[in-house]
Design a protein around this ligand. Structure first.
Ligand code: ADP
Ligand code: MG
Length: 567
């Protein structure tokens, strides 16, 4: 047997980084601004613990485009680097200065919000740049350094005359990446990834119109102001006690500027043990058409946008919600399937489920009337959750509502209590009658109501599956559609069945009707109904009625595709 070291040649590494490090070239900007932010947060930390004897001030990060020079500059006022540190942190690929810093200052720095940890972010600059320069001056009393590299393993490092503290990264944008010196492109990227980062980011200036004076003397004045693209203290980083209802609504608008409908309510997430997670989730008004759902939950790590695909992190039924989740504890450098098996992620997912259930439960208890009003807009999430997450099913059983055709809302327990006397069949089963379509089942609904039965209106695309589950969970419970034949099994009061017509009249009517219609398709029922409107009924067998409906509705969300034409 022989053992040995695999020989990695540096020559090979740049093309690899360029091609495979990140599939999206645009994230280079996120990485460089993360580094600038880290450098500033480190300085903040060091000044706060008295290890750096400089004034922290109000540092910002500048992003500048030099169109003619085809250059992009990212300038910070953070800790900077000495020439030695450049050698250490930049020339060693995959050595993370961020990680080193967090290890060194362990406890005191754990909440500092420092972002980096793989030691690869900086090199993503070479995905879009043919040459990268670093001009940097440390907060320590040492001369500035100038590093330069054209993407080959050779670099140059020399002294520089820079006197202000901080780092300037200069990207010489490659010919195939010139989109990144377009103002619009950079502006869009900054908003996408950096909108809520903790250090102010300035991208040029913009004009603002101010009104001076009042009434007739009022004048408008144009002023140039710094174009700060981020909100460094977004709502989710604050304590719930600091926030009013209006703040949550404003933040929703900030997150989704194109959403004009207000959210129904929000849930503030905030844990730091056994994992770290903050965030705000919103329940939007949902239409039954979930394909319309394009504003999604956004995932952040230390206020840096990562993705709006939270599949695998948030339970599926909650992906219909909106808002943000921020957690440094979600491993993102792994595949989605691995993610679902990760212990932390599992805990996060069940924490979120529990918080949502608790919120719904308290809304139900604190203001039932309001909860009932919102029910139709939120039921799809709750019903879907009850079907897919056992834990949620248990909690939701106490607040899931079943509305009647008369707009009354019952919990299952209340409902069973109410209908037991009248709607229990010979075998002791409680029959819950429901309509799935108020219009086409109208006469059946009226008939059942006339007999004193409660009729539910259950029309969401998933409620049919939920009914099945409830029947399995609860003994002696059956959901029966209001136009189903088995409704006959209900105990009926004798007088209901007595026709107002004489025997002779009934016979004549029945013969006449039976002769008039094709019997293989329809049946004639002469029933003396309490409502005078329908003295008799011509029906199709139940299965035919159902098939027809399915055809009309295209089978619904969980439908069965096309049925052969049967009429
Ligand atoms: P990471 O951020 O994961 O540590 P990077 O490759 O992004 O790795 O950066 C490597 C290191 O280079 C950083 O940890 C930091 O020490 C140093 N560095 C990069 N950018 C700056 C900057 N703007 N100011 C100060 N130091 C920087
Ligand atoms: Mg980094």
């Amino acid at each position: 047997m022989t053992t040995g070291n695999i020989n990695v040649s540096v020559e090979n590494i740049f093309p690899l980084i360029k091609k495979f490090l990140y599939s999206d070239h645009e994230i280079f900007l996120r990485e460089l601004i993360s580094n600038a932010t880290d450098a500033t947060l480190k300085l903040k930390h060091l000044t706060s613990i008295g290890e750096a004897n400089v004034t922290y001030g109000n540092p910002i990060i500048d992003v500048r485009i030099d169109k003619e020079g085809k250059k992009l500059h990212i300038i910070d006022q953070g800790i900077g680097m000495t020439a030695q540190e450049v050698e250490k942190y930049i020339n060693q690929i995959a050595f993370s200065g961020a990680e080193e810093f967090l290890n060194k200052y362990k406890d005191s720095a754990k909440d500092s919000g420092i972002i980096g940890h793989f030691g690869l972010g900086f090199y993503s600059a070479f995905m879009v740049a043919s040459k990268v320069e670093i001009i940097t001056k440390s907060y320590k009393d040492e001369p500035a350094a100038h590093w330069s590299c054209d993407g080959s393993p050779q670099y140059t490092l020399e002294a520089h005359e820079k006197t202000e503290r901080g780092t300037e990264i200069i990207l010489h944008i490659a010919e195939d990446s010139l989109e990144f010196i377009e103002e619009q492109r950079i502006s869009t990227l900054l908003v996408k990834y950096n909108k809520f980062m903790p250090i102010p980011i300035r991208f040029g200036t913009r004009t603002e119109t101010n009104t001076i004076g009042e009434g007739e003397d009022a004048k408008e004045e144009q002023v140039e102001i710094d174009n700060i693209i981020n909100n460094p203290t977004p709502a989710w980083t604050k304590q719930p006690s600091e926030l009013k209802d209006e703040d949550y609504k404003n933040f929703y608008r900030e997150l989704y500027p194109m959403q004009f409908e207000e959210p129904l309510f929000n849930i503030h997430l905030n844990v730091d043990y056994p994992f770290n997670l903050t965030g705000i989730l919103y329940f939007p008004k949902l239409s039954n058409d979930l394909s319309m759902q394009k504003d999604r939950i956004q995932l952040y790590q230390n206020q840096v946008f990562v993705t709006d695909n939270v599949e695998g992190i948030v339970p599926e039924f909650l992906t219909m919600l909106r808002g943000v989740i921020d957690s440094p504890d979600i491993p993102l450098n792994v595949s989605r399937s691995y993610l679902q098996a990760d212990g932390n992620v599992k805990k996060i997912s069940s924490y979120i489920t529990r918080k949502v259930a608790d919120k719904l439960s308290s809304l139900f208890k604190d203001n039932r009337e309001d909860f009932e009003k919102k029910w139709n807009d939120i039921k799809i999430v709750i019903e879907y959750g009850m079907l897919s997450e056992e834990k949620f099913f248990e909690k939701a059983s106490s607040f899931a509502l079943y509305p009647t055709v008369d707009n009354q809302y019952f919990t299952l327990e209340e409902l069973l209590e109410k209908v037991k006397p009248l709607q229990t069949d010979k075998d002791g089963k409680t029959i819950l009658l429901y309509a799935s379509n108020e219009e086409t089942q109208h006469s059946y609904i009226e008939e059942a109501k006339a007999k004193g039965y409660e009729v539910l209106l259950l029309d969401s695309p998933i409620v049919a599956h939920l009914m099945q589950k409830l029947e399995q969970e609860k003994e002696n419970l059956s959901f029966t559609r209001v136009d189903s034949d088995s409704i006959e099994n209900l105990i009926k009061k004798e007088e209901d069945r007595i026709s107002k017509l004489s025997d002779q009249e009934q016979e004549t009517l029945k013969t006449a009707l039976t002769e008039a219609i094709p019997q293989e398709k329809y049946t004639v029922q002469l029933e003396a109904l309490e409502s005078d409107a329908t003295p008799f009924r011509i029906t199709q067998p139940e299965f035919m009625r159902r098939m027809k409906e399915m055809q009309q509705t295209g089978g619904g969300m969980f439908g069965f595709g096309n049925f052969p034409e049967i009429y």
